[in-house]
Design a protein around this ligand. Structure first.
Ligand SMILES: *[C@@H]1O[C@H](CO)[C@@H](O)[C@H](O)[C@H]1NC(C)=O
Ligand SMILES: *[C@@H]1O[C@H](CO)[C@@H](O)[C@H](O)[C@H]1NC(C)=O
Ligand SMILES: *[C@@H]1O[C@H](CO)[C@@H](O)[C@H](O)[C@H]1NC(C)=O
Ligand SMILES: *[C@@H]1O[C@H](CO)[C@@H](O)[C@H](O)[C@H]1NC(C)=O
Ligand SMILES: *[C@@H]1O[C@H](CO)[C@@H](O)[C@H](O)[C@H]1NC(C)=O
Length: 437
């Protein structure tokens, strides 16, 4: 019965059968982005949207890649793609747990009996422009011959797996991992010579479980705030794009070290150790991560800071019966960033700004991948108790941190493609600018 309902909702499309739909999407994807860095706290991506008058011509996946060459720049309208509302999208989702094998067990909500499906049927509509739905062909064309690293926690892995599912309409990757585990996956898209890798790091800096309860979210953990986690920093030098994320692990109890000495802790309840907040630890850690990247001799890539993804526990904390049972997005006027979510986000903006300035001196590019507001509006997108069987004894019983696949996290790929397109337009604009002088 459940089976049939799902087939009705999603259709029986195989990845191949869906290809024509994707190409069609390109017809509508006639947006042109540009970027204007504004000053803090509004230094966000701006995008420019304008309609191509000749858009009736037959479309190819290359259309968007070449617009900058033909379009006049006068009709450009500034727009922040990260501010907007969720609007209905009957065409979503673009994959299911039947068409995509990359869905992590604990994010396979339909498998574990999530009864509602309305949460699948939305897309992000920025105020004042459009953000096209992810086009896998276009994305792979843009990253041909390049490499992308996801550095951070399991929400970063969640994003990468969402992208593998979305890209599967164009191509499945082959596993070229160096390690046999979930934490350091490496994928190659053979036709595009594109490599994507995940580097698992809970805190970005070196961390060590201090007691036997670890590595769960309850054990005490030693954090070396001035030492980047070598598991990723030694690996990313050759990557073209590095997408950093993190934050959620800083809520647990930690002992902070600087210059190899204990400087304080967060809820460690150790005698003679001063209490410092998790925010202190997070700020230091993200600063250390940025500095370490900026010090890499041969790194020539672009650094994206994927901003904090709010969790949505209501009526209690994660370990005190809190849950997320909503089935609809919020409107932007129905909620606002506050508390822990706001603190982490602000720390990110502040440290990003400092790091970006340093990086610019070296010619490195930093970009704010600012999903926080859009994600805040999606309390309905988490697994809640549908990330495992009811009888299973798991630490995060109601998961209001990760995201169901398919689900709202798929939209992060819409943003990423939008940003990559802006990069193209930006360099075209720079060339134009040079020519006119
Ligand atoms: C892109 O535009 C340039 C210049 O207008 C043109 O020479 C080239 O053929 C175009 N490429 C594609 C893929 O359409
Ligand atoms: C996909 O979800 C359905 C329920 O909608 C479930 O019966 C099935 O086991 C799931 N398949 C996989 C491969 O996870
Ligand atoms: C594939 O891309 C890498 C860079 O990521 C490059 O070094 C290599 O030469 C490319 N290989 C081919 C066959 O184009
Ligand atoms: C939020 O905005 C919508 C229109 O987008 C309006 O209908 C609604 O009344 C507003 N809600 C609140 C709580 O202000
Ligand atoms: C679940 O796991 C916790 C910690 O491992 C344990 O204390 C508890 O007794 C377990 N509960 C059940 C029902 O197995």
């Amino acid at each position: 019965m459940k089976f049939q309902v799902i087939e009705l909702l999603f259709g029986k499309s195989t990845p191949k059968q869906m290809i024509p739909k994707v190409t069609l999407l390109a017809v509508f994807a006639i947006l042109l982005f540009t970027i204007t860095p504004l000053s803090y706290p509004l230094f966000r991506y701006s995008s420019s949207s304008l309609k191509n008058k000749d858009s009736k011509k037959p479309s190819s996946v290359f259309d968007d890649l070449n617009e900058s060459a033909s379009l006049p720049s006068t009709s450009i309208k500034k727009c922040d793609i990260f501010t907007g509302e969720w609007v209905p999208n009957p065409k979503a989702p673009y994959y299911t747990n039947k068409t995509c094998w990359a869905i992590h067990e604990h994010q396979n909500c339909m498998k574990y009996g999530r009864p509602d499906s309305e949460f699948l049927k939305w897309k992000w509509k920025p105020n004042g422009c459009e953000l096209p739905v992810f086009n896998p062909f276009q994305f792979l064309e843009l990253v041909r011959g390049k490499s992308m690293a996801f550095v951070g926690d399991s929400v970063g892995r969640n994003q990468m797996q969402s992208m593998i599912c979305l890209l599967s309409r164009a191509e499945w990757p082959i596993d070229v991992s160096y390690e046999r585990n979930d934490y350091f996956m490496r994928w190659k898209y053979p036709s595009y010579n594109f490599t994507m890798a995940a580097f698992w790091t809970t805190h970005l800096v070196r961390s060590k479980e201090a007691d036997s309860k670890g590595p769960g979210p309850t054990g005490l953990c030693n954090l070396y705030l001035d030492e980047p986690d070598e598991k990723w920093i030694t690996q990313i030098e050759d990557f073209d794009y590095v997408i950093l994320n993190g934050g959620h692990w800083f809520t647990r109890s930690m002992v902070f070290y600087e210059k190899q000495k204990v400087v304080g802790c967060h809820y460690c309840l150790l005698e003679n150790v001063p209490d410092l907040t998790m925010y202190y630890g997070y700020r230091k850690a993200i600063r250390t991560a940025f500095r370490a990247i900026n010090r890499l001799e041969n790194f020539k890539g672009t650094v994206f800071l994927r901003t904090f993804a709010p969790s949505h526990f209501e009526n209690g904390l994660w370990n005190q019966g809190g849950n997320c049972i909503r089935t609809k997005p919020f409107k932007s006027n129905e909620t606002q960033l506050e508390g822990l979510n706001l603190e982490f986000y602000m720390i990110q903006l502040e440290e990003f700004k400092i790091a970006e300035k340093e990086a610019r001196k070296k010619g490195l590019k930093y970009r704010l991948f600012d999903i926080t507001q859009a994600t805040l509006l999606r309390p309905d997108g988490h697994p809640s108790r549908y990330g495992h069987w009811p009888s299973e004894n798991v630490t995060l019983y109601n998961d209001c941190v990760h995201w169901c696949l398919p689900g709202p996290i798929d939209t992060w790929s819409d943003f990423l493609l939008g940003m990559l397109k802006m990069e193209g337009v930006r360099s075209a604009e720079e060339r134009l600018h040079l020519r006119s002088h």
